[in-house]
Design a protein around this ligand. Sequence first.
Ligand code: PHE
Ligand code: ZN
Length: 866
Amino acid sequence: MADIHTTGAGAPAIIRRSDYRAPLWLVPDVALDFALDADATQVRATLAVTRNGDHDQPLRLDGEGLVPLSITVDGIALTPDQWSMDGSALVIPLSGNAHAVETLVTIAPAANTQLMGLYASGGLLCTQCEAEGFRRITFFPDRPDVLSRYSVRMTADKALYPVLLANGDPVASGDLEDGRHWAQWNDPFPKPCYLFALVAGDLACNADGFTTMSGRKVSLGIWVKAADLPRTAHAMKALKDSMAWDERVYGREYDLAAFNIVAVADFNFGAMENKGLNIFNSRYILADPETATDMDYDAVEGVVAHEYFHNWSGNRVTCRDWFQLSLKEGFTVFRDQSFSADMGSPAVKRIDDVRILRAAQFQEDSGPLAHPVRPESYMEISNFYTATIYNKGAEVIRMMHTLLGPERFRAGSDLYFDRHDGQAATCEDFVKAMEDGGGIDLTQFRLWYSQAGTPRINATLTHDAATGEAILTLSQAVPPTPGQPDKKPMAMPIRIALFDRASARHHGDALLHLTQAEQSFRFPGFSAPPVLSINRGFSAPVVIDSDRSQADLAFLSAHDDDPFARYEAMQQLMVNVLVGTVAGQAMDDTPVIAAIRDTIADSKLDDAFIAEAIRLPSESYIGDQMLLVDPDAIHLARDRLQAKIGATLEQEWRALHARTEANGFSLSSAAKGARKLRNTALLYLSASGAKDADAIAFAQFDRADNMTERQGALAVLASGIGDHREAALDIFYNRYADDALVLDKWFQTQALAFHPDTLAIVDALGRHKDFTLSNPNRVRSLYGAFAANQWGFHQGDGAGYRMVADIVIALDSLNPQTAARLVPPLGRWRRFDAVRGGAMRAELERILATPGLSKDVTEQVVKSLE
Ligand code: PHE
Ligand code: ZN
């Protein structure tokens, strides 16, 4: 078996946080000159380099796939003996302390299938440099702690590329001979090269403006294909809302005269915060009622905000090295979550965010790829854009916010921006600023950055009738993770309330500071045992094990005034029944059905919350509660409970479905909530087995004036074996055949369906004329979704594993980043029975045996097998 700790022939090197050294050479200024062309782009780079400290080391410039066509130092061409290549890096010995180094290379954007560096997408030329793509454009010290002022000149064919954009502000442009033109952009703010960007293409602009709090006018542009212009209004509103929010909540003002966003169809991640020129996966920009669901609208708003917020948390203050990635990502996710909460419903936003955390991060934290929020080592940094860095990182920031309260947190963030503006900082710098600005000791809290694994908190509530005290005992354990067998107790805020059973009220929240392995808290004034509401608002990203009865959970599901805790009580009620059923116990499901009945009848609740609260936990969340996952038993138990809820409350579902029928589309919270509840009602009605359910679903599909209801109905129909399944899928396909983002939904809905033939369906879709490995969205819609469909992916004969492994192998030679992100589902083999686990391992071994496997996939597979 390959061992990542030995550097055998060809084994990727391990980069360690402890090996960090300051850069030997700095590059205060760089001038780039691009002669753009899809097949052959010439890049001339002039770097003003300065020696950093007292040393005699040569200048070393990273490169990937680059050949230097000419090199000059201070205007004099170098002879071949005056430079060398060390692997793919360019090494130039320099005598003085400051020089001007110029290199010339040619790159081929149209041949760039990795979508890193300069690449072509749908007739555009665009860049993606984070984390290490700039070295595929020109020779440069490609590390985030080298900050430079950029001036960028582009020339291109004017007919093909009428629009030329780069970071910063436009300074000049003009026409050339032969139908070419040029533009010059300067960015006055020093930045690391991962924030460099340019775009050339035939783009239309949604132009708008924003006046900052100090009265400066900023021109805003969202650039898309002309036909997509009508779908940019929501993104523009989100951008302006974000700009105002960051001023109001963090005191952060935008700093350039222009802010541009470009949407591209082929993109490895969600979007990129390049200084003054954000580049987006088009799915996070384009939205209209006909093609975008309410979830899509919310995602557009959230991602636009996220990238905008990076202008301060990421760009003005950047990361010293990639081990500090969560410095910008965790903080920025926390900021975008807070923003979205303020724009809509904080309760529902928190529930959604916790669901994502549990589905993605808790799974990661309990498997072979678990790593701390600040990792110690990596082979390929692209593999570390993870739920742990992003979402757990955001929870860590949120806990500091909870511990400090909003004012002191703001004092800490002000100090952080003030101290480190223009610098490449560390997670430690952030924590220190919170300590100094907020007035708090975070010594023990820092363990959240270094210890991986999700803490498990055991909560026991006892009652002393003699003293009238309720006694809460909390004990914590952090499970072992790769390389970290023993864990220390962590510090965390646990918000609780104790409910009086008779009045269904409590005396206010208590914020408990859990710091020890075991700790007891005493609460006087209880003549009878109260009911425990714990981890209210999900104050700490942990698993709570408590001995609360089904009756107590039912009580909380009806009375808890913390919306998250109320939702959570309901989920736990359901999980207990489902896990018990899977384990073969005869479970009483009447409390679940009663709780759902009461919840939908509670007129004080809004529709969006009701829809969240009554939805059954996903199959994979049920699996996560078990040591060994039994996908078939889980599917059966969940399906039966859903059917019983459906049938028992059939009249309620009919009434709800009718009540939530809207006339006229609106994006108000009430309208969005109604659509969410309508889809949930349809789901339960369909599960009830009612004869007319299929027809009702088809009618909703057919008549909907918005994608939320149309796709909701399609998902119900696609999971069934009813008459309307094929018809609905065909109608949907034909209606949206030339809209890539909607076609993604068509693929995804089928890959996520609870249909007995999902594997065969996905297999056939992989050969559909509209399927392509070259578009990451399409790959994720089909195979990413399928690998998340527990029942389909883990079907007993291992065919699901084989199918995904085939795709990993086929995709790796084109786009290793996207291929690597399909590996983790196969790495969870320890949680499945010997037959499934063996089949998963066999596929991992088969991937690893592929000649020429990328570093990206190698790292994920090797770690998964360990
Ligand atoms: N930095 C981007 C973000 O979080 C994510 C990203 C990483 C995009 C790497 C592209 C490549 O907003
Ligand atoms: Zn980010």
